[in-house]
Design a binder for this molecule. Structure first.
Ligand SMILES: [Zn+2]
Length: 549
């Protein structure tokens, strides 16, 4: 029995029997990959033509001739010269959150507030629900670049509660019905958040912790809805070459759901979770030490030091250039960070703290400095590390703190970030300088804030341009990454930031056979085409999880 499938120039031959070859010392494996241009992303950045795979692991790499002489397999992937890379990692994303947003109206890319409301009305006609939810609005993309007010929403939805989350997740707008159900009014107040008013009346815009006042009354998705969301998210992620994602801020029930769906085989995706600092997470996981299966890593606690720059929630040392009485928001009392850092340190956990503003980064480094020994290998992380005061830059290297960056944030924010920051823009998005601190860093997307497509991040990291090629020469191009660095940052260095580099992140003997076949060689293709790179096939444990038709 012979079956040949042809997908986009790759031939996959399945014989059901080990292929006969001339070599008598022939070893049987499960799969051979031949005639490929394999970037192993090992320490020397070596390349090979062929790879033997057995039991989901890489057995050996070498020339096509040598590998075919030594091994036979019932399945042979003839890559016909195509380039192969380790499976792509997203070291900071919101996997479940992304899946759930697929149900909600996508409001990104709208040109005005009224277009947002029109899109929402159309979405609601197609997917009727009591609560109307949406995500992705961004007033910086609109004709009038100001926060909206709820009037249009109230007209369109007088009887349905509406909650629309801003693109960065750090602001939202609710309509009057939603505010009424949540019991929010002009006298409501919350620590680490604010409710925007105009002439003393609520506009419906909620910043940071104020979003929770309304979000907590939105009915939670059922377990079945979450499962469906995860399967949909997984399918989309395989299509863009992701074999490892993360869930940056997870509650206990959701970690347990990932684990059980992975163990039953229903969920194939590998996940790195960052635990929310809840009592039940600490009791169930942290106090029992790191939990790791081949598919799931639970080794970190996620904290937030501040909000986001777009909604002026990022904590700055000096006030905002476009809001001189505002320095942003610290989201928790200082003692909380010390308490969690102590628990993490005692139990061998990482602390991964969201820090956007320079004051947040400085505060977090100060907290970490109380616990981190010289030359430690604890891999405590600062998520985003967007604005780093020059006096604090070297502390990443001194404390061995990992800057966990998202290169697309630079090219998304470059249009307006200087309005918020003024001259401080020169020390924002300093990815190459941050990389030099420890000699490595992970690069993710923070999806659903940005696209799930890791090639967008690769392109943004190396070109420092948006997809229209703007600006010519790149935005602060001295902080671009080289292509080799950018590839490492979404494979082996991402795995390292997750404490997963011992078994994945590169294609080496004994590591899992997670890999992607791309339609072009991203180390050599013209820069302007990198973001158009398409995935021809994605493999996890040596098995295809996506084949482009
Ligand atoms: Zn995030």
């Amino acid at each position: 029995m012979k079956a040949i499938s042809k997908i986009s120039g790759i031939t996959i031959l399945s014989t059901g029997l080990a292929l006969f070859t001339m070599c008598t010392k022939n070893q049987k494996v499960d799969t051979l990959v031949v005639n490929a241009n394999i970037y192993t992303v090992d320490s020397t950045f070596s390349k090979h033509q062929a790879m033997a795979i057995a039991n989901g692991k890489v057995v050996e790499l070498g020339t096509t001739e040598d590998i075919q002489a030594k091994y036979s397999a019932p399945k042979v992937i003839n890559a016909q010269g195509k380039s192969i890379y380790p499976g792509l990692h997203d070291p900071h994303s919101h996997f479940l959150g992304y899946g759930l947003t697929l149900r909600n109206a996508n409001l990104s890319g709208a040109g005005s507030w009224s277009e947002v409301v029109t899109r929402l009305v159309e979405h609601h006609a197609k997917f009727p629900s009591t609560w109307v939810e949406g995500r992705g609005w961004n007033q910086n993309e609109w004709d009038i670049k100001e926060f909206p007010t709820k009037d249009l929403l109230d007209k369109a939805f007088p009887n349905n509660p509406v909650l629309l989350i801003r693109v960065d997740g750090h602001a939202a707008i609710a309509n009057s019905k939603a505010l009424e159900i949540a019991g929010v009014n002009e006298s409501s107040a919350v620590d680490g958040g604010s409710l925007i008013k105009q002439n003393g009346k609520l506009t419906g815009v909620l910043i940071d912790n104020a979003i929770e006042l309304v979000r907590k009354v939105v009915p939670a998705p059922s377990t079945q809805e979450k499962q469906n969301a995860l399967f949909q998210a997984q399918a989309n992620c395989f299509k863009v070459g992701l074999t490892s994602v993360s869930d940056a801020g997870t509650d206990l029930a959701d970690v347990l759901l990932f684990d059980s769906l992975q163990k039953s085989g229903e969920l194939t995706m590998r996940i790195y979770t960052m635990l929310n600092p809840t009592e039940e997470n600490i009791k169930h996981f942290v106090e029992k030490g790191v939990y790791q299966t081949p598919k799931l890593t639970v080794s970190s606690i996620k904290l937030f030091a501040d909000g986001a720059l777009g909604s002026r929630g990022a904590l700055l040392i000096e006030p905002y250039s476009d809001d001189v009485n505002n320095r942003g928001l610290q989201l928790e009392p200082p003692a909380k960070y010390m308490e969690i850092a102590q628990i993490a340190h005692t139990n061998g956990y990482q602390v991964n703290t969201h820090c956007i503003g320079d004051a947040a980064v400085r505060f977090c480094l100060d907290v970490y400095a109380n616990y981190l020994e010289p030359n430690n290998d604890r891999r405590w992380r600062i998520e985003h590390a967007q604005i780093v005061h020059p006096n604090d830059l070297n502390r990443f290297g001194e404390l061995k703190v990992v800057p966990s960056i998202q290169s697309t944030h630079a090219t998304s924010d470059m249009y307006w970030a200087d309005e918020r920051l003024g001259k401080r823009i020169s020390y924002a998005y300093t990815y190459q300088q941050l990389l030099q601190q420890n000699g490595w860093l992970p690069n993710g997307s923070d999806f659903p804030i940005e696209s799930i497509n890791p090639m967008f991040g690769f392109y943004a990291a190396v070109a420092r341009k948006d997809q229209k090629g703007y600006p010519e020469g790149g935005f602060q191009p001295e902080n671009a990454l080289t292509r080799e660095q950018a590839l490492r940052a979404m494979t082996i260095w991402a795995a390292k930031a997750n404490f997963e580099d011992s078994f994945k992140g590169s294609l080496e003997k004994g590591k899992v056979a997670d890999f992607v076949i791309l339609d072009r060689d991203i180390l050599a293709a013209p820069e302007s085409t990198l973001f158009e790179t398409e995935v021809l096939a994605t493999y996890i444990d040596g098995k295809a999880v996506y084949l482009k038709q």
